[in-house]
Structures are given as structure tokens and as C-alpha cells.
Design a protein around this ligand. Structure first.
Ligand SMILES: *[C@@H]1O[C@H](CO)[C@@H](O)[C@H](O)[C@H]1NC(C)=O
Length: 298
């Protein structure tokens, strides 16, 4: 099985103009974050189209998928299995168009496949907001047997339309960590035992989609379309949920449940702090209209 190593030297050369020398120092000299994504896994090994099937194109020996959006339809795909824990990684290249009004997603959800909204459920989201071609914003959200509303939004330190980048959600019983190219941008801790805060603990599956969010982001200029998002890396390091033994996915026989993955390393914490200081543009914990118990600890 051939692994594609997207190591940090690669992103060093791409990102030098916008990263501070401190972050570069950590990234390039210590090189702690070599991320491997198995690019050889075929889409149909783990995933299926959910909707807009004629807007889902499988290319590259089945190892790459294009989702397209035009005035007729968007498209989405989902994992065939439901999971109870894991490290969910996808390589994603966003539409290289001025695409204000559209949204590209990669997320975990407990709702049935293809159902974007519903009652209280678990969810962990990456949502890439369409842009005017200048500023690229990724919105993250966590639902914990409720209606979410825990958005944290970040500017990206690179142009996500030029290359594939690795987006990752680690989910175990201790925390959910959102990372971009191995750099943690958000941690949602499990504070259930300490303060009774909700934490996603039901089975979830992976979904990805491209669709128009005219209501939230403004009108789409369809003359710019079609808008095409590309996905690679369809392997899954995750525990398949067994209804007969739901606790199995919390077992330490899965490496992502090991104490090593219960908290960030000091180096990862430095990177997290750096990103939050320089790239965080919205945090629900700082929103006076919202009152989440976990925000009292952050
Ligand atoms: C875009 O969104 C609008 C408003 O929700 C909807 O009426 C329309 O069908 C959508 N178009 C596509 C192509 O999804």
C-alpha cells in the first residue's frame, strides 16, 4: 500500500509569506507533524454518493472525487459505516472560483445520511464558506445531543483552492480536535464529568457536500459555475460502531484512544495558541447572546 507523505516541508514552501517566523521555526526545524494520508484508497471502499449523483464524478482510478454545484444541483457523499471514535481525515481542494453563497463541507454527523438538519444530535463540522476570492474562512461547529451553535471560525493561512490540504477530526472520549495540515485549530473537551457539559457520544458517520447557502451567505453568481470541490484520501482510521457493543469503540486497543491522544502535546498547544491568536475570527464562547457551560472553563 503506497502512502503519500504530505510532510511539513511541503507546506513550509507554500506558506512562508503568511506564517510568522515563530510558527515556521516550530514547524520546519522540529518537523513534528508529518501527516500521512493514504491516497490509494478508492472512494467506493468506504463511501457512496448521497444526493446529486449526476454531480458526483469519480476520477483517478477511483481514488479522487469531484463534487460539483451548478444552478441545477449540488451533491454529497457519505461513509457506508457508522463510527464510535477515530481520526477522520480527508484531503480537500476547494472550488477555484469566486463562490460567495456556496458552502463545501466535511463533517461527522449522527443524523441519517443526506439529512442536513434535524432535532438534537451529535455532529462535528468543517464548513468552508464561499469567498469573494480573497479571504478563505473555515467554520467549525460541534453538536452534542443538541442543536450545536458552537461555531468557531478561522481564516486559513493558505489559499485552499490551489492545492489539496488535509483536514482532520480526532474524536475520542476525551476531546474532539480539529486540525488543518496537522496543525490543531480547535479542541472541544469532554467536560461531562466535571461540569455536565454535553459531549458527542453516539455513533456518527462522515459526510461531505457542496451546496448553496444563499440564505446565510448571500446570492450565488451562477455564471461563475460549475463550482467543483475535489476530495482524496478515502481511508478511515476509525472504529465501526457495533450496536451490540457500543463501548468497544472506547477501548484502548484503538490507538486514538491511547492516553497519548487524551491531550495535545506542548508543541501542538503552541501551534493551537498561535492559530487562535492570529486566525480566529469568531468564537461562540465570546458571543454574549450564547451561554454554554463549557465556555466557563476555556
Ligand atoms: C439554492 O438555494 C435556494 C434557496 O434555498 C434554493 O431554492 C435553490 O434550489 C438552491 N439551488 C441549488 C442548485 O441547490
Amino acid at each position: 500500500m503506497g502512502y503519500y507523505f504530505m510532510n511539513i516541508n511541503n507546506s513550509c514552501s507554500n506558506n512562508i509569506p503568511v506564517l510568522s517566523s515563530i510558527l515556521l521555526f516550530i514547524l520546519c526545524l522540529y518537523n513534528p507533524l508529518a501527516i500521512s494520508v493514504d491516497d490509494t484508497v478508492r472512494f467506493d471502499a468506504n463511501y457512496s454518493p448521497t444526493w446529486g449523483r449526476d454531480h458526483v464524478t469519480v476520477v483517478g482510478d477511483g481514488t479522487q472525487v469531484q463534487l460539483s454545484l451548478d444552478e441545477r444541483s449540488g451533491a454529497g457523499f457519505h461513509s457506508n459505516q457508522k463510527y464510535g471514535s477515530g481520526i477522520f481525515r480527508m484531503k480537500l481542494k476547494l472550488p477555484n472560483k469566486k463562490d460567495k453563497g456556496i458552502i463545501t463541507t466535511f463533517y461527522l454527523t449522527g443524523l441519517p445520511a443526506g439529512q442536513p438538519t434535524g432535532g438534537p444530535h451529535d455532529e462535528a463540522d468543517f464548513e468552508f464558506l464561499g469567498s469573494n476570492g480573497k479571504k478563505f474562512i473555515v467554520s467549525t461547529n460541534v453538536f452534542a445531543n443538541d442543536n450545536g451553535d458552537r461555531e468557531q471560525q478561522f481564516t486559513l493561512w493558505f489559499d485552499p483552492t490551489l492545492d489539496f490540504h488535509v483536514y482532520e477530526i480526532l474524536w475520542n472520549q476525551h476531546h474532539i480536535v480539529f486540525s488543518v495540515d496537522g496543525i490543531p485549530i480547535r479542541v472541544y473537551h469532554n467536560f461531562k464529568a466535571q461540569i455536565g457539559a454535553n459531549y458527542p457520544s453516539q455513533q456518527m458517520h462522515v459526510e461531505s457536500s457542496i451546496w448553496n447557502m444563499t440564505d446565510w451567505l448571500g446570492p450565488v453568481d451562477w455564471s461563475q459555475g460549475p463550482f467543483v470541490a475535489e476530495y482524496r484520501g478515502f481511508g478511515l482510521d476509525a472504529c465501526v460502531h457495533q450496536p451490540s457493543d457500543p463501548q468497544d469503540c472506547h477501548s484502548s486497543k484503538y490507538y486514538w484512544n491511547d492516553p497519548k491522544y487524551w491531550q495535545l502535546t506542548p508543541q501542538q498547544n503552541k501551534l493551537l495558541k498561535y492559530v487562535r491568536r492570529n486566525h480566529l475570527v469568531y468564537d461562540y464562547c465570546g458571543d454574549r447572546k450564547k451561554h454554554f457551560i463549557e465556555c466557563k472553563i476555556h
